[in-house]
Write a protein that binds this ligand. Structure first.
Ligand code: GLV
Ligand code: MG
Length: 368
């Protein structure tokens, strides 16, 4: 929301000499945002090999980095960006993001000044944690413009907010619309749970206690049997939050993401959570371990079957008006639009992922 600013001013740079804000956020594939600790030499050594295998590499400076390592992580990220080819910047196969420290921490200001000054040309997106409202985005927006102008950058660095405070949740729409730099939002289930005083102790995922139970059966005399076994179904703790996040992002033309799934060994539940988020409209998720990259790439790429179906509907609908019957099901403008979301995403991903391209092309040949 532009507040009292004129709509025309919204797309003017916030500092003399800063790059012009974008009017649209480019749809760059970002199925997995793989977190790494830039202060950890073992992790840093693996970065060059990950370039081209994951859509986004994110140098994490915030939580999970010990206070004593904050400066080493910041400098480590500068070194990695400067020494790794094809990482970050326009046209790179793997985007470079960072998660800075929270705005009330002793590190956030210098995280931004150092990173924009040293590697601003490589940095695609800055993830800001614990965002509370539009005022946090306005602060980062102006500061980035000043720093971009100073560094002589010719393209604006985008901003991504983590939805991990109750106030941020209440203000989610104004956060999404607070700046043309806003690229997207991620669910931050761990901090959000703590801030809301939820009674969980996990990082993402469901909880066995959050369930619904089948009604008790009645016997033939109509007497309720409260002793009989009844099925229970675990519910998704994050449904409301993700659904609100997706609407706020879609309304503002930016992208929603699942966040961290902390139980690295439970790849099945991880895939389920990611898939729920994908079905509800998210474009990607965080990856905290290399094995989560593969899960994210699989889940956030439309399946070959879905793409085949979507293309069939698109072909059958011709000019897109009216309705047709396909396999006994009614298809019309609204189902066509859903199918086009799928086809468009498949095309974007095929352009960067040769394996997927092969799989999607194979359907083309079968249906041709
Ligand atoms: C992520 O930062 C979270 O708090 O879940
Ligand atoms: Mg957090």
């Amino acid at each position: 929301m532009s507040g009292s600013r004129s709509a025309k001013d919204f797309f003017r740079p916030l500092a003399v000499g800063a790059p012009t804000p974008l009017t649209e956020i480019p749809a760059r594939p970002s199925r997995a945002i793989h977190f790494f600790d830039p202060s950890n030499p073992k992790m840093a050594a693996k970065i060059p090999d990950l370039v081209g295998t994951v859509d986004v590499l994110l140098g994490n400076l915030e939580d999970a980095i010990k206070a004593d390592n904050k400066l080493a992580a910041r400098q480590g990220l500068v070194d990695i960006a400067q020494s790794t080819a094809r990482l970050g910047g326009p046209g790179s196969p793997t985007q470079l993001w960072t998660r800075i420290n929270s705005l009330d921490s002793p590190w956030a200001l210098e995280d931004l000044t150092t990173l924009v000054g040293e590697i601003g040309d490589r940095l695609d997106v800055v993830m800001v944690p614990k965002v509370q409202g539009a005022e946090d985005i306005h602060y980062v927006d102006r500061l980035l413009a000043q720093l971009e102008a100073k560094a002589g950058l010719d393209r604006p660095i985008l901003v991504h907010a983590i939805l991990e405070t109750a106030r941020g949740m209440v203000n989610v729409e104004e956060i999404c619309g607070a700046s043309p730099r806003m690229q997207g939002l991620s669910l931050g289930p761990a901090d959000l749970a703590a801030d809301r005083r939820m009674k969980t102790t996990r990082v993402g995922g469901g909880h066995p206690g959050y369930l619904v139970r089948q009604d008790p059966p009645q016997n033939e005399l109509g007497v309720t049997d409260l002793e009989a076994p009844r099925s229970t179904y675990q519910q998704d703790l994050w449904h409301y939050t993700i659904a609100r996040m997706v609407d706020a992002c879609a309304m503002h033309g930016i992208y929603p993401y699942y966040g961290p799934f902390g139980d690295i060994a439970d790849v099945v539940a991880c895939e389920d959570q990611f898939r729920n988020a994908f079905l509800l409209g998210c474009v990607g998720t965080w990856s905290l371990h290399p094995k989560q990259i593969a899960i994210a790439n699989k889940v956030f790429s439309p399946s070959v079957e879905d793409v085949a179906h979507a293309r069939r509907v698109a072909a059958a609908m011709g000019d897109g008006t009216g309705a047709v019957m396909l396999d006994g099901k009614m298809e019309d403008d609204a189902s066509l639009k859903q199918c086009l979301v799928m086809v468009e995403l498949a095309e974007q991903l095929a352009a960067i992922d040769p394996e997927l391209k092969k799989a999607y092309d194979a359907i083309e040949e079968q249906t041709a």
